[in-house]
Design a protein around this ligand. Structure first.
Ligand code: NDP
Ligand code: HSE
Length: 436
């Protein structure tokens, strides 16, 4: 059978990994795909840049536009990133009748609806396993393996960089800034690492997972996003003393009035498997009504790990190229005319448990005031812990764990606590999920 020709856009971390994996496992991949898959053309920003991998047999094109229009290219593999220039490129590739494989979660979370519609119209496929959780085949699991289930919720560690930072801070006490540099050197971080540490990258991925799980259009603009940049060693330590780990979790859940779509640091009981996922590893818990909870685990970032997903997509596309478009697996699992407009809930409508840390003057009556405020907001207390004052200090840390409560009520309670003369600083709030 005629080989499949791939045009590669981007020769960075994932581009290089893809070239290497395709080259190393060429025979095995051809046996699986039924034909050879080879990269015939590539483009990058600076073609004069020295690369520490071989580009033998690959025609380098200065123009990405020329690549997506090239008559010899069957599949365009977009590994550049970003959502402006690449959106135009991907749409051009689709208009030219090319199938597209991409690891670009920002692009799909923001413009997925338009891109999938264009693909449908042009009878091509857009495959994106590498866009979520690096090498973990979560898209395939959710879209195909769990297709019998009504999905109830998904909770995942879906940003390798932030998990790497949190793990190193907790286990080695390394500073935030130096671990971030290490993550960048290892090729885990996005071009703009604020996407990783502020939860934006995780929210892009969660938006895609949510769309596939619940049959709704990707709506990144409605995701609640909070990162790890404000987390302190102190809270990581206190959480540990209470039997919890703090992880940056992406959570999407089918609730009574809509869908939760949120990324934030979260306390998880340390006995849960997912609480013990360390370093660049990702893990995604998916709860289906029939199967129960399932867990998917693996490397969430890095060149070859992500290439594993990218190449799997290339094989999938190669296998289904001859199938008529109506019989392909739909991009978002649900048939395109079966997507629902179930609302995405605002964060203040969501219910979670909470860890609250108050910096309080060590005076009689403080606890009474605080617990009254919580009771007024129908917020039930699970545990309270008062730390000893540091030598010579009049202030103590008070940690309160609450049961699940509506976020709006917690917001009001926090504002009232911060207004008390006995509370000396902003209240730290970290959400808590039992995940049971
Ligand atoms: P890199 O920054 O390592 O590579 C980006 C590549 O795109 C470079 O080769 C660069 O060229 C090229 N490029 C940039 N701008 C242009 C342009 N205007 N025209 C043509 N080429 C351009 O990124 P990654 O490989 O890390 O990421 C690629 C994609 O994969 C992103 O969408 C990212 O979010 C996603 N991803 C990354 C993962 C990872 O672990 N790194 C994991 C999962 C997904 P040059 O080399 O000449 O500068
Ligand atoms: N920057 C991303 C991460 C790459 O750290 O998870 C994988 O998508």
């Amino acid at each position: 059978m005629k080989p499949i020709n791939v045009g590669l856009l981007g020769l960075g971390t994932v581009g290089a990994g893809t070239i290497e994996v395709l080259r190393r496992n060429k025979e095995e991949i051809a046996r699986r795909a039924g034909r050879e898959i080879r990269i015939t053309h590539a483009s990058a920003r600076d073609l004069t840049k020295p690369r520490n991998f071989s580009l033998d047999g690959i025609a380098l094109l200065a123009s990405a536009d020329a690549l997506v229009a090239h008559p010899d290219v069957d599949i365009v593999c977009e590994l550049i990133g970003g959502d402006t220039f690449t959106k135009a490129l991907v749409l051009k590739a689709i208009a030219n009748g090319k199938h597209v494989v991409t690891a670009n979660k920002a692009l799909l979370a923001k413009h997925g609806t338009e891109i999938f519609a264009a693909a449908l119209e042009n009878r091509v496929t857009v495959a994106f396993e590498g866009a979520v959780a690096g090498g973990v085949p979560i898209i395939k699991a959710l879209r195909e393996g769990l297709t019998a289930n009504r999905i109830e919720w998904i909770a995942g560690i879906i940003n390798g960089t932030s998990n790497f930072i949190l793990s190193e801070m907790r286990s080695r006490g390394t500073s935030f800034a130096s671990v971030l540099k290490e993550a960048q050197a290892k090729g885990y971080a996005e071009t703009d690492p604020t996407f990783d540490i502020e939860g934006i990258d995780a929210a892009h991925k969660l938006t895609i997972l949510s769309a596939i799980a619940f049959g709704v259009p990707p709506q990144f603009d409605k995701a609640y996003t909070e990162g790890i940049s404000q987390l302190t060693d102190k809270d990581i330590k206190y959480a540990e003393q209470l039997g919890y780990r703090i992880k940056l979790l992406g959570i999407t859940r089918r609730a009574k009035d809509g869908i939760e779509l949120r990324v934030h640091p979260t306390l998880i009981p340390e006995k849960r498997l997912i609480a013990n996922v360390e370093g660049v590893m990702n893990a995604i818990l998916v709860k289906g009504d029939a199967v129960g909870a399932t867990l998917y685990y693996g490397r969430g970032a890095g060149g070859e790990a992500t290439a594993s997903a990218v190449v799997a997509d290339l094989v999938d596309v190669a296998r289904m190229m001859t199938a008529d478009p109506e019989h392909r697996v739909p991009h978002l699992s649900f048939q395109p005319d079966q997507l629902h407009d179930t609302p995405i809930l605002r964060m203040d409508q969501v219910e979670t448990g909470c860890y609250l840390r108050l910096r309080a003057y060590d005076r009689p009556g403080v606890m009474a005031d605080v617990t009254r405020i919580l009771a007024d907001g129908s917020i039930s207390i699970d545990a309270i812990l008062q730390k000893e004052a540091e030598e010579g200090e009049d202030l103590v840390d008070v940690i309160i764990l609450t049961h699940r409560s509506v976020e709006a009520n917690v917001n009001t309670a926090i504002a009232r606590m911060e207004a008390l003369p006995t509370i000396a600083a902003k209240v730290v709030r970290i959400r808590l999920e039992e995940l049971n």
